[in-house]
Design a protein around this ligand. Structure first.
Ligand code: 7TS
Length: 394
């Protein structure tokens, strides 16, 4: 698998275990970008010369590919954004501002990434809504029952936690949210690369993910939204492409999705995102999930045998992410020692300070898997961490 990723031919000895932050890109994705700029470069939507029509066709083909990838009903339900963060901000500032009144409740959880906390804090402050947090048990599973009430207007939750890997029971939560008249946004940044997503089956109202965590380029992401909601939402940014008619005194807007895609988009990256989706589907999400789960299980088992190593969160359902600490050792020291052995893992607050603090931590270490990782790499990681751990536990 690694031979499909040019990055690894430049770094043959690297063990890369930070795919939750960003994945490497297969050659087909990189080629799509260079081919576009070298041979196909043109703007989209605006011109009628052939190159522009072809670029527009390719741009639209990604929308259809994403629609199928998420099993959305309509291609018009797919909006290209800069990433998950941008998608969540769009919902908070457009839908949130439209519906929220003082005293209404927004319900998120303490295991959210900052990008699914801060936009809600900002919109709560602006509208007078109340931001509530779902707590977790000691395994880092949501204790959500009874917290959704008729006061709840928006529920926004990670599908998979980027810290503990917990897979949240989105389908059940969505059902209760709807029974109470609320809508639900799913932050799919950590689920889209690892499991089959069916937005109709989940019955979520919004679903956000980032291209760069799915073997695609940075700078492009997706917001799925149910059409009947998108149709009512005001645009966030004004400019070219999102308008129907501009008078000197006022403007009428395009229907979704173009209403939310002002200005010249990141055309090459959108086109390359289709290659990334084709790449994932070519392998098959079931096969990807199976491979990553095998690595995850082996790593969980072997890491927990290292004296002093504590895994944070052991939910019954987990994605391929393991966050841990080693007694008496600072995560920055450990990851620096690993880096010197060509093993790249993440350390720090993982952009999720509330959940780390809940477990009494300011920083931790995290290992996360992608399709290019191998069992041998897990062995090397465990060996390296055992040796580092024994330095301090002797
Ligand atoms: N939500 C979750 C659950 C995430 O893991 C991330 C990124 C985001 C949202 C934001 O995605 P972006 O593409 O808009 O930045 N998570 C991480 C991480 O865990 N390490 O680096 C980025």
């Amino acid at each position: 698998m690694k031979n499909l990723f040019p990055y690894f031919s430049h770094h043959p000895d690297l063990i890369y275990l930070d795919s939750a932050a960003t994945t490497h890109k297969p050659k087909c994705v990189i080629d799509a970008i260079t081919t576009f700029y070298e041979q196909e470069n043109a703007t989209v939507h605006r011109a009628i010369y052939r190159a522009s029509l072809t670029a527009t066709e390719q741009y639209n083909a990604t929308r259809v590919a994403v629609q199928k990838f998420l099993n959305a009903k309509l291609e018009e339900e797919i909006i290209f954004t800069r990433g998950t963060t941008d998608a969540i901000n769009l919902v908070a500032r457009s839908y949130g501002k439209m519906v929220l009144k003082p005293g209404d409740e927004i319900l998120i959880s303490i295991m959210e990434h900052h990008s699914n906390i801060v936009p809600w804090q900002m919109i709560a402050q602006e509208t007078g809504a109340i931001l509530k947090y779902i707590p977790v048990n000691e395994k880092c599973e949501l204790l959500w029952e009874g917290l959704i009430t008729p006061c709840t207007k928006i529920v926004a939750l990670a599908h998979i936690s980027n810290v503990t890997g917990t897979i949240n029971p989105i389908k059940e939560i969505a059902k209760v949210a709807h029974q109470n008249g609320a809508i639900i946004l799913i932050d799919g940044a950590q689920s889209a690369p690892h499991m089959k997503i069916d937005v109709q089956d989940l019955d979520c109202d919004f679903f956000a993910f980032s291209g760069h965590k799915c073997y695609g380029p940075t700078g492009v992401g997706v917001l799925y939204g149910k059409y009947e909601l998108l149709e009512k939402m005001p645009p966030l940014e004004g400019g070219g492409d999102m308008i129907q008619k501009v008078e000197m005194s006022h403007t009428t807007y395009q229907k979704p999705p173009l209403r939310f895609e002002a200005g010249t988009p990141i055309i090459a990256s959108v086109i390359a995102l289709k290659r990334a989706i084709d790449f994932i589907q070519g392998i098959g999400l079931d096969k990807i999930a199976q491979h990553e789960f095998k690595l995850f299980e082996k790593a969980t088992q072997n890491l927990s045998e290292i004296p002093g190593l504590r895994i944070i969160g052991n939910a019954a359902e987990k994605g391929p992410i393991i966050t841990f600490t080693i007694d008496g050792m600072h995560p920055l020291d450990v990851t620096t020692m690993l880096d010197l052995q060509n093993i790249a893992i993440r350390s720090g607050h993982l952009c999720a300070q509330p959940i780390l603090r809940h477990f009494g931590l300011e920083t931790a270490m995290r290992v996360s898997f992608g399709i290019y990782n191998t069992e041998e790499e897990v062995d090397r990681l465990v060996e390296a961490l055992s040796a580092i751990g024994s330095l301090y536990n002797c």
